[in-house]
Ligand binder design. Structure first.
Ligand code: GLA
Length: 382
């Protein structure tokens, strides 16, 4: 299936890992609806690893654990669809899933058929225990072909963590998104590291197959499976804004049944979401080499920009370092030279405040450690 914008939804792994069941998944789906997250675009409800029995059935099919999912997956899919949401599941391309449950290696056609029968719309497909004599691209192509011939539209979400130079071959597999980094954890070092890992591989993402920076940790506050430490509100803001500037899929990982107002409003920030979901899907580019504080040996700040549909520009200043920074870029570098007679009207995505560049330069002065400033900019007469 053609994936035109970064998929959005919720995934069970970050908070619950193996502690999943039908009630939890349905409560989370209902919470997506009731909180307004579904209306904001979060429409995939994805069950991650640990949903199956350890043995396949006599017919060779995967079997949902009857203690966790007593009514089976088809019934659950029906309820999720009735809420107007889409249903995602998980399997693995290697010998077992990462949590050592049955995988789909050499069972791709059986499993794709099963997923289609259950009403699955999205398949996260992992990379653990890959046999050394098999190539990743072959394994993802096998599942994509099986899904594409299953009679149901199922988005393949590849999860090989950027291993084996995934960026070089993933678009050849027909996957709709691909995990371009290792697993996220709910702490600042993890977020900083994932942002820095993205920067060299920006040209590989975009419409059709989006770079997936992993599920969000916004709102986890140190709780749950990957909740190692937690982040400050400032850090969650920077995390979410970076994922949006970099056009990552947005899969929520927190307990959506118990969200704070801060979490709900950050996840539904309309200006940031419009940047993430921008239909032009232009590549995000960097402007940071221009800044006076820039030290190429110490990558701890970045200025990111992206052309948006209709002629606007998204612009983000990110201070990933532990000290206060002053960051600068010029309009010229965004394609607005003096000869254009044009400038920007910049709208702060968090506060709605408007500002303008001064003498062709845009600065973020006194940017606090781990903070960001992100603007949606209109091109206007100077
Ligand atoms: C891998 C993936 C995670 C999650 C776990 C499940 O680590 O990268 O996102 O799916 O497996 O076991």
């Amino acid at each position: 299936m053609v994936v035109n914008k970064p998929p959005m939804g919720w995934n069970s792994w970050n908070t619950y890992a193996e502690k999943i069941d039908e009630a939890l998944i349905l409560e989370s789906a209902r919470a997506l609806k009731e909180s307004g997250l579904a209306d904001a675009g979060y429409n995939y409800v994805v069950i991650d690893d640990c949903w199956a029995l350890h043995e396949r059935g006599k017919d060779g099919k995967l079997v949902p654990d009857p203690e966790k999912f007593p009514r089976g997956m088809k019934a659950l899919a029906g309820e999720i669809h009735a809420l107007g949401l889409k249903f995602g599941m998980y399997s693995c391309s290697g010998l077992m899933t990462c949590a050592r449950y049955p995988s789909s290696l050499d069972r791709e056609w059986t499993d794709a058929q099963t997923f289609a029968e259950w009403g699955v719309d999205f398949l996260k497909y992992d990379y653990c225990y890959k046999p050394l004599n098999r190539r990743g691209e072959e394994l993802y192509r096998a599942m994509q072909l099986a899904l594409a011939n299953s009679g149901r539209e199922i988005l393949l979400s590849a999860c090989s963590w950027g291993a084996d130079k995934t960026h070089e071959w993933i678009r050849s597999t027909g996957s709709g998104m691909w995990r371009s980094t290792g697993d996220i954890f709910d702490n600042w070092n993890s977020i900083k590291s994932l942002i820095l890992q993205q920067l060299p591989i920006l040209p590989y993402g975009g419409r059709g197959c989006f770079n997936d920076m992993d599920m969000l940790v916004v709102g986890m506050n140190g709780k749950g499976n990957v909740g190692l430490g937690g982040c400050t509100e400032e850090e969650y803001r920077t995390h979410f804004a970076a994922w949006c500037m970099l056009q990552s899929p947005l899969m929520i990982g927190c307990d959506v049944r118990n969200m704070s107002e801060f979490t709900r409003s950050l996840l539904t920030n309309p200006m940031l979401l419009s940047i993430d979901q921008d239909p032009l899907c232009a590549q995000t580019f960097r402007l940071d080499a221009l800044t006076v504080d820039f030290d190429p040996n110490k990558q701890d700040c970045c200025i990111l920009a992206r052309m948006l549909e209709g002629g606007d520009i998204a612009l983000g200043f990110f201070n990933l370092s532990d000290s206060v920074k002053n960051l600068h870029c010029t309009l010229n570098d965004m394609g607005l030279g003096v000869s254009s007679g044009m400038t920007l009207e910049m709208c702060d995505c968090f506060t709605g405040e408007k500002r303008s560049p001064i003498c062709g330069t845009v600065s973020a002065l006194g940017l606090q450690p781990h903070a960001c400033k992100v603007y949606r900019c209109k091109v206007v007469k100077a």
